[in-house]
Design a protein around this ligand. Structure first.
Ligand SMILES: Cc1cc2nc3c(=O)[nH]c(=O)nc-3n(C[C@H](O)[C@H](O)[C@H](O)COP(=O)(O)OP(=O)(O)OC[C@H]3O[C@@H](n4cnc5c(N)ncnc54)[C@H](O)[C@@H]3O)c2cc1C
Length: 568
């Protein structure tokens, strides 16, 4: 089934739902007006439909492989990378001074989402480069920026991020990779990193690894970690890839999905690296990359949800089974339920994602603390709800296909297998939820309550015309506000953590109600109104059960001892 880029959907969201007009009204982004947005999205959509979507199955059927130490990527991926690079899609939001386009993150996020829908495993490669570009732009020396940024932005070179080690996954501070000063301003990096996405390829001239390691005087834990740029080939005097660095891909992981993306075990044996940011300041620098990647991974979930939805709908419109007015399964009530749940949550997760990107753009353009707090608050929600939605929609897509969903040739199962990891990497969704209830509530819940006030104001405004939607949204925001107040008053962090995931999901449910209400207000007699009604009547009520769960505290979770967990 060919992928169709949902350009008009983004245009609608930008215009009526996520407040993009605020972004284009700033001096910083004044050139990214409605016409520019439409032109860019149309062009990117074409590339996704014509170049990336056709190689999606290749990644699954012909995974990347290591042949005598050389990486061989899936058929068509090199051409895909070329098209992504030449289209300028890697450096859309990168600084113009180094060859980027300086466009808003809202646009980059939309294009990244389309690329994820078309071919997730290939899209992960430019996503890694984008995060590295942002980290270098914020934290690297001018010399490193001048040498590396233009090449990363043009796609001649590509980037990776190296945090994970066997004993250091969620607990990054447990890493044991070492960095020793060489005495000439460079460092010797030694250690093993696992699960490194696109740790090598056969289409970029050089591969630039951002590696977390500890200097000899680095204290244990995250405070003693530094960040290094370690290229596969050391640049020569002319800035071209020169001699090979002391690093290699040891092996590739065999995975449940995402087969086109090589997931590498990397070995660094005194490899030459350059410090990025301050000594022992590695986590701060890496967080720039991780925040970028968290939004990007949320977009991966939304993108896969779009692809899986299109796939399922096309099947439902063709498959004949049972007596229905149209003759196909699309008229069965339960199939309608599945399709509407998919479509309604796809809209909600995309709106949250783009609202987060808009907050990042407003932070960039205005420097205002309130926008920074809004972006920080929405990032874990965009990541976790976007990826949870991708998984749920892809799983429902399999169900819509019946038995054919379990048969690989329809492609429905690939979406499900590919997207599953998005809830795990870039910080598991459990870790995202803990970030929301701990770090993002260090302001006593102020940023959250400010957003809830806006939601209630909009609901009050809509009460006159759409009371059946406005009232439940207002009430849901009120219940969430009460739960937030309860949450921030808990001194025992484990009581917060016990309810973190249901709290995040409830937050996303309420945000979804808010954005559906905005869409209904802009389209009172159209299908968006009907979709909003479906969401508010049938999905929004979940927030109440989730918040009851969120407020239950930790004690009950430990009422069963370890022996009881194992016992019958
Ligand atoms: C396909 C793939 C690609 C990847 N790409 C990269 C990459 O490019 N670069 C890179 O550096 N890494 C990468 N990773 C690694 C990924 O980021 C980690 O797998 C992830 O952070 C989780 O770490 P872990 O696997 O060690 O799980 P663990 O940390 O062992 O977690 C196991 C479970 O325990 C939970 N848990 C752990 N700690 C806590 C806590 N403090 N509180 C509550 N719950 C907790 C987790 O949520 C999870 O459910 C990739 C992984 C995969 C599978």
């Amino acid at each position: 089934m060919p992928y169709r880029a949902p350009v008009s959907e983004y245009e609608f969201l930008f215009r009526h739902v996520v407040g993009y007009d605020q972004v284009s009204a700033t001096d910083r982004f004044s050139e990214a007006d409605g016409d520019t947005v439409s032109a860019i999205l149309t062009e990117a959509g074409k590339m996704c439909e014509e170049v990336m979507a056709p190689v999606q199955r290749n990644g699954d059927l012909h995974p990347a492989r290591l042949e005598n130490g050389k990486m061989r990527t899936s058929p068509g991926f090199a051409d895909g990378w070329k098209a992504i690079s030449e289209g300028g899609w890697i450096g859309m939001s990168a600084p113009e001074a180094h060859g980027g386009m300086g466009l808003p993150m809202a646009l980059t996020t939309s294009v990244n989402e389309m690329m994820s829908a078309a071919c997730l495993s290939l899209q992960l490669a430019p996503l890694m480069s984008q995060g590295q570009i942002e980290a270098l732009d914020h934290h690297a020396s001018d010399a490193l920026k001048e040498l590396y940024l233009p090449k990363l932005i043009s796609g001649e070179w590509s980037g990776t991020m190296n945090l994970t080690e066997p004993q250091a996954g969620s607990d990054v501070g447990a890493l044991s990779s070492k960095a020793e000063p060489n005495g000439d301003g460079t460092y010797a990096i030694t250690g093993q990193k696992i699960f490194i996405s696109w740790g090598d390829n056969d289409f970029s001239e050089n591969i630039c690894h951002l590696v977390l390691a500890r200097l000899p005087d680095g204290v244990p834990g995250t405070k003693g970690i530094s960040l290094f740029l370690v290229p596969k080939f050391l640049p020569d005097e002319a800035g071209k890839p020169g001699v090979a660095n002391s690093l290699k891909v040891v092996s590739l992981e065999h995975k449940m999905g995402l087969h086109g993306s090589p997931t590498c075990v990397m070995q660094y044996d005194g490899a030459t690296g350059w410090l990025v940011g301050k000594e022992h300041g590695g986590m701060a620098a890496m967080f720039t990359m991780m925040n970028n990647a968290r939004l990007g991974v949320g977009g991966q979930g939304v993108g896969v949800a779009e692809g899986a939805y299109q796939h399922a709908l096309a099947y439902a419109l063709e498959r004949k089974q049972g007596k229905t007015p149209s003759g196909t399964i699309v008229d069965h009530a339960d199939v309608r339920r599945m399709l509407l749940e998919m479509k309604a949550d796809l809209f909600a997760s995309r709106a949250i994602l783009l609202a987060c990107a808009v907050a990042i753009d407003m932070q960039t353009a205005t420097g205002e603390a309130d926008w920074a707090a809004r972006a920080a608050l929405l990032t874990p929600i965009a990541k976790a709800f976007g990826t949870d939605t991708g998984i749920r929609v892809a799983e429902t897509g399999v169900q819509v296909h019946g038995g054919m969903g379990f048969i690989e040739e329809t492609g429905a199962a690939q979406y499900y297998r590919d997207v599953r990891v998005t809830a795990i990497y870039e910080g598991t969704n459990g870790i995202q939820a803990m970030d929301l209830v701990a770090r993002k509530m260090m302001d006593g819940g102020e940023a959250a309550c400010r957003l809830l006030e806006e939601i209630q104001k909009q609901a009050e405004h809509a009460r006159g015309t759409l009371p059946e939607l406005a009232e439940p949204v207002w009430q849901a925001a009120e219940t969430l506000r009460e739960a937030t107040e309860w949450l921030v008053s808990q001194d025992n962090m484990n009581d917060r953590f016990a309810g973190a995931v249901p709290y995040l999901r409830a937050f996303a449910r309420v945000l979804g109600g808010h954005y559906h209400l905005s869409a209904a207000m802009a389209d009172k007699d159209g299908p968006r109104m009907a979709l909003a009604r479906f969401y508010v009547d049938r999905l929004l009520p979940e927030h109440a059960a989730l918040l009851a769960h969120a407020r239950a505290g930790a004690e009950g979770l430990y009422a069963l001892g370890i022996d009881d967990l194992a016992g019958g």
